[in-house]
Write a protein that binds this ligand. Structure first.
Ligand code: URA
Length: 253
């Protein structure tokens, strides 16, 4: 027969918070007493409260605190020529092209990549082993911003920018750009910065081809709250605890 769950099982909340790096035990006690800590969606302000760190979902000031250090969140700066797939199937027979899997092959976690970048696109690709977070980040209903820099033939007229913002009809339905600006002009070429909420296949290339500016280079510079910054191509970094908390926040987890 299973042992009944006793209310005083688990660990003290302030210890769990301190262990997750939120602050000293004393500082965590203050956060709890001030009503800034939620456990499983409810404010907990009683100091003796015990929680199960394996299952509790804890937020401090609305930001998720990660308790399980086996959950990893990575950012890859995907170089051009690398396929967005985790499948290593062809490796036995030799592969024509490298894949994003190659950058994390040594890791023991089973990682998902969050959305895709075309083989000739570059930039920020998030990888993680939290399936629910990965799913929400790519689901159109959560409307997570994705920012791209697209090099196109210039000049780009203001009417084109207005058309992108108004919405463009593609063969699989309309697409709207959330924000767009000309970030740079390089002789006969222009660099557009665009923010989209969706991730249909080749969406930026199809959209810009439709308005007469086919893309010659595409770099994703931001995914929700996470920025590519100066991360070097072909490198992987672990997201900071602040970045991770921000990611969970944008998709209400
Ligand atoms: N849109 C594209 O056209 N390609 C990408 O890789 C990402 C967005």
């Amino acid at each position: 027969m299973p042992t009944p769950q006793l209310p005083d099982e688990g660990e003290r909340l302030q210890k769990v918070l301190a262990g997750a790096g939120v602050g000293s035990r004393r500082a965590c006690e203050e956060l709890i007493a001030d009503g800034r800590v939620k456990v499983d969606g409810k404010v907990v302000s009683r100091l003796g409260t015990r929680v199960d760190p394996r299952t509790a979902v804890i937020h401090v000031d609305g930001k998720r605190v990660m308790l399980d250090d086996k959950v990893v969140h990575l950012a890859l700066n995907k170089p051009r020529g690398v396929l967005s797939t985790m499948s290593d199937e062809q490796s036995k027979f030799g592969r024509a092209r490298p894949t994003v899997y190659d950058y994390v092959a040594e890791r023991s976690e089973r990682l998902f990549h969050v959305g895709r970048l075309d083989v000739d696109s570059e930039g920020l690709l998030l990888m993680m082993n939290d399936g629910e977070l990965a799913h929400r980040l790519t689901h159109p209903s959560y409307e997570v911003d994705k920012t791209y820099m697209a090099e196109v033939p210039g000049p780009v007229k203001p009417a084109v920018l207005r058309r992108l913002l108004a919405g463009v009809e593609l063969e699989d339905g309309p697409v709207k750009v959330h924000k767009v600006r000309i970030s740079d002009t390089l002789g006969q070429r222009a660099v557009l910065e665009l923010v989209l909420h969706e991730g249909r296949k080749h969406i930026v290339k199809r959209l810009l081809a439709e308005v007469g500016h086919p893309v010659s280079r595409l770099v994703r510079t931001r995914f929700g709250p996470i920025r590519l910054g100066h991360q070097r191509p072909g490198t992987v970094r672990r997201l900071t605890s602040h970045e991770v908390a921000d990611l969970y926040k944008v998709v209400d987890l």
